[in-house]
Write a protein that binds this ligand. Structure first.
Ligand code: NAD
Ligand code: 6OD
Length: 481
């Protein structure tokens, strides 16, 4: 990358170093080279960030007109687009994902998050009820206060801004913590926030790890009113326990083990192309990845042959090469974890494609797209979130049977159902225990819709009015007429 990137903390409008002097190295997962340094926020740094956020809430940000506030939020989106190439490059360096993906999905969507929520807030109202001629009730909406945003590494800027944009549009102030493995775009975002003219202290970015570090300090801080967290289910449990001390409001987007259910009457060309995306885009490091593929028996062999053939065409390699479809996994530790699942699949099932680190990549954390078959439904590869380019493909015979198998996991994030029978599509959608069902598609988004999961995949929903509700506090006012 040439120059190194120093990810400083952004507190009260200033880029600063950690008060403890602690910092850690940032590694490029595609090359194993050092990208630079990351300042690790101390407890005192997080405390200063929370206090700055509180002051901004009571000061300029809290006093600003909604119209003015929304214009600033919109401007952040504009400035992200102006610096799209810079953001995309940093996102790819940090994550190992193809540059084409950063340019086409992560960064434009981050900008859109700001544009969308700025526009959305224009039309948000509250409830009012009249009882005869004698009483009137109406609700007043105001910000929740200081909100902690704790983020994962797979879609760093997209997910951080998915929280930050509605939080700011609703008038909150934030203390954001990017994942320790992907600190760069959040740091650049802080620069953009400052350039947009958002007052000091409204947005603070603290880097660091989870336990006994910045993540835990936010979760336990009594000055934080709410936390929006995206990450692993187990981390969600820990944050919930810490947040219980002052009863913080929580929104959790957690893990997934999402089924793709493919009936024999589906349009196979479309299924194959979309399955390639839902299985291997972003190296399979997507909470919504369709990692359990169930195919109706009459088309099972044809589907599998075509999926294998199409997967073989995917290019694994340098994320900056425009031909690359699958980049590097996020870290050595994560690569080892995913390989652990492949070992299980090898022992308990059959790997029909992939399963190895590609020989042509001598440095970096690469893995071939991997297809597993003939594995028991109870195998850990079918039940647990792998979060890598690994899918199981299993046959099914009846609708009832596949619904039961699809629901038989701890998670309940999303599902994708493929059929040309509309009645069946809707029937199945109603029986799946998930927060989101895609019919004949995958990851097709409208930011107004409820996004989130049930069971161990999350608490609450984000998107449109759901985000507005999470980031606002209501007071009901009753008038005796
Ligand atoms: P993670 O839970 O390990 O880390 C997420 C964030 O939490 C990081 O910033 C981390 O530093 C912080 N953290 C860790 N321990 C903490 C603690 N004790 N207290 C406070 N903060 C703590 O998750 P990850 O590995 O970064 O991301 C992958 C996971 O995220 C997968 O399970 C994936 O499914 C999930 N995810 C879910 C969604 C969704 O919308 N449902 C989206 C993306 C990722
Ligand atoms: O599209 C979104 O709004 C969203 N939250 C996507 C999450 C993807 C998970 O990896």
């Amino acid at each position: 990358m040439g120059e190194t990137f120093h990810a400083r903390l952004f507190i009260n409008g200033e880029f600063v170093e950690s008060s403890s002097g602690k910092r850690f190295k940032n590694i490029n997962p595609a090359t194993e080279e050092e990208l630079g340094w990351v300042e690790e926020a101390s407890k005192e740094d997080v405390d200063r960030a929370v206090k700055a956020a509180r002051k901004a809430l009571q000061g300029p940000w809290g006093k600003m007109s909604i119209r003015e506030r929304i214009q600033l939020v919109r401007k952040v989106g504009d400035l992200i687009l102006e610096r799209l190439d810079e953001f995309a490059r940093l996102e790819t360096l940090d994550t190992g994902k193809p540059l084409s993906l950063s340019k086409q999905l992560d960064i434009p969507r981050a900008a859109y998050n700001f544009h969308f929520f700025a526009d959305y807030l224009h039309s948000v109202g509250t409830e009012a009820y009249q009882m005869d001629q004698t009483q009137l009730h109406y609700a007043i909406r105001r910000p929740v206060g200081v909100v902690g945003l704790i983020n994962p590494w797979n879609l760093p800027l997209l997910l951080l801004t998915w929280k930050m944009a509605p939080a700011l549009a609703m008038g909150n102030t934030v203390v954001a913590k990017p994942a320790e493995l992907t600190p760069m775009t959040a740091t650049l975002l802080a620069e953009v926030i400052r350039d947009a003219g958002i007052p000091d202290g409204v947005v603070n970015v603290v880097h660091g790890f989870g336990p006994n570090s910045a993540g835990a300090f936010i979760a336990e801080h009594p000055g934080v009113n709410a936390i929006s967290f995206t990450g692993e289910t187990t981390t969600g449990r820990t944050i919930m326990a810490a947040a219980s001390r002052n009863l913080k409001r929580l929104s959790f987007e957690l893990g997934g083990k999402n089924p793709n259910i493919i009936f024999a009457d589906a349009d196979l060309d479309e299924v194959i192309e979309t399955t390639i995306q839902s299985s291997f885009s972003n190296q399979g490091e997507v909470c919504l990845a369709g990692s359990r593929i169930y195919v109706e028996r009459p088309i099972y062999e044809t589907f599998l042959d075509r999926l294998i053939k199409r997967t073989k065409e995917l290019v694994v390699g340098d994320p900056f090469d425009p031909k690359t479809n699958v980049g590097a996994l996020i870290s050595k530790e994560h690569l080892e974890r995913v390989k652990g699942y492949i070992d299980i699949a090898r022992a308990e099932g059959r790997i029909v494609l992939g399963g190895n680190e590609p020989e042509h990549m001598t440095r970096g954390y690469y893995l071939e797209p991997t297809i597993v078959v003939e594995v028991a439904e109870q195998c850990r590869v079918v039940k647990e979130e792998v979060f890598g380019p690994v899918v199981t493909v299993l046959p099914f015979d009846t609708e009832e049977e596949v619904i039961e198998r699809a629901n038989d996991v701890e998670y309940g994030l999303s599902a994708s159902v493929w059929t040309s029978n509309l009645k069946r599509a809707h029937r199945v959608a109603q029986k799946l225990e998930v927060g989101m069902v895609w019919i004949n598609t995958w990851f097709l988004r409208d930011l107004r819709t409820p996004f989130g999961g049930m069971k161990q995949s999350g608490i609450g929903r984000e998107g449109g009015m759901h985000s507005v509700e999470f980031y606002s506090e209501l007071t009901n006012v009753t008038v005796k007429l």
